[in-house]
Ligand binder design. Structure first.
Ligand code: TXA
Ligand code: MG
Length: 326
């Protein structure tokens, strides 16, 4: 039986039987298990090599299921769900007592999201429950944005990878914490921060470098999105110098830039990234994966623009970067 397929019936049967299924979402692919079966959720952690105290997002069909998982739901949560679900927004809320520690990492909170991908939305409508799913990559690797990426991470160790084509958003969901006094931005992502702030009429608190005392969010570990090939990031002028130096030393250098430029001396390959934030986000992980395949000794990435629309891109680039230039 083929691992990569579009067979919803088989996905449903596997999930109900406590098995794992990789699912497409509009952000990145997830590695899903029935959130009501702790033994099934444990398989996610085993396969990913992820520490068991990291909480996973529970994916639901829509806001009608919010109360199955969360309690004391504030008005802001309803408004955000109404405006952005299905979509790339995860809400952190107080959990219902029945929600397993396997899902919450033992915390009193639960992360909830209704993904917008039509195949997974259809699956969730039929499943009538919640699917616990982190990104479908080995712990610490770049998140997958195609079914083939998932296969390259796990091969046939996932019984089924539902193929929903390439992810249209390409970076993970925005995570908003709603359990404190004021809403906070825990991870920038697919839904722009400003869209949320405009809707709520307030500024989201955002700590770029949370202390370990704060809520544990594994996506906030610095190295979480790292490619294996060293990724050096800096302005184009610094990259030109570095490419020349390393090229002279016989290194195989790839340059990833978004500004128009001629081919840089010393680089073996120059790749033009999109100049616009949504397209850049959509391509980022796939490009890192492609260039991380062993063809190069080093990847040199031009620092993306710093304006607000680029927040999620810059967040992921920062985590993937091993050294800053210039
Ligand atoms: O777009 C996404 O969010 C993708 C797709 C598959 O939905 N999922 C994803 O999952 O990025 P993951 O596990 O790689 O990252 C989810 C983040 C983690 O950093 C996790 O710690 C945090 O959400 N999270 C989940 N539940 C939480 C909770 N109860 N409290 C605080 N953080 C939580
Ligand atoms: Mg992840």
């Amino acid at each position: 039986m083929r691992t990569i397929s579009t067979d919803l019936d088989r996905a449903l049967t596997l999930l109900q039987g406590g098995e794992l299924v990789a699912i497409p979402t509009e952000t990145v692919y997830g590695l899903a298990a029935d959130a009501r079966q702790p033994d099934a959720v444990a398989k996610i952690f085993a396969l990913k090599g992820r520490p068991a105290d990291h909480p996973v997002i529970v994916h639901i069909a829509g806001k009608d299921q919010l109360q199955d998982w969360a309690r004391d739901i504030p008005d802001t949560a309803w408004r955000l769900a109404e405006a952005f679900w299905p979509g790339s927004l995860t809400l952190i809320l107080h959990r219902q007592p029945g929600v397993s520690d396997a899902v919450t990492g033992g915390q009193d909170t639960v992360g909830l999201r209704a993904p917008a991908h039509p195949l997974t939305h259809a699956l969730l409508e039929r499943f009538q429950g919640g699917l616990a799913a982190p990104s479908a990559n080995q712990f610490g690797h770049v998140s997958p944005t195609t079914a083939a990426h998932v296969y390259s991470e796990f091969g046939d160790r996932v019984p089924l990878i539902l193929d929903g084509g390439p992810c249209q958003v390409g970076v993970e969901s925005t995570i908003v914490g709603l359990t404190g006094d004021t809403p906070s931005l825990l991870r920038p992502g697919g839904v722009p921060r400003e869209a949320i702030e405009d809707l709520l009429g307030l500024r989201l608190e955002h700590h770029e470098k949370p202390s370990t005392a704060q809520v544990r969010v594994s996506g906030l570990l610095d190295s979480h999105y790292a490619p294996r090939t060293p990724l050096l990031t800096g302005p184009l002028a610094a990259i030109a110098v570095e490419a020349a130096r390393r090229g002279d030393a016989g290194e195989r250098v790839a340059v990833l830039h978004h500004s128009p430029t001629h081919k840089l001396a010393g680089s073996s390959e120059d790749h033009a990234m999109p100049g616009e934030p949504e397209a850049y986000a959509r391509d980022l992980y796939a490009t890192l994966r492609d260039f991380d395949g062993g063809r190069f000794d080093v990847l040199l990435l031009e620092t993306p623009p710093q304006s607000a629309a680029w927040l999620a891109v810059n967040d992921r680039v920062k985590r993937a970067t091993s050294q800053w230039l210039g």
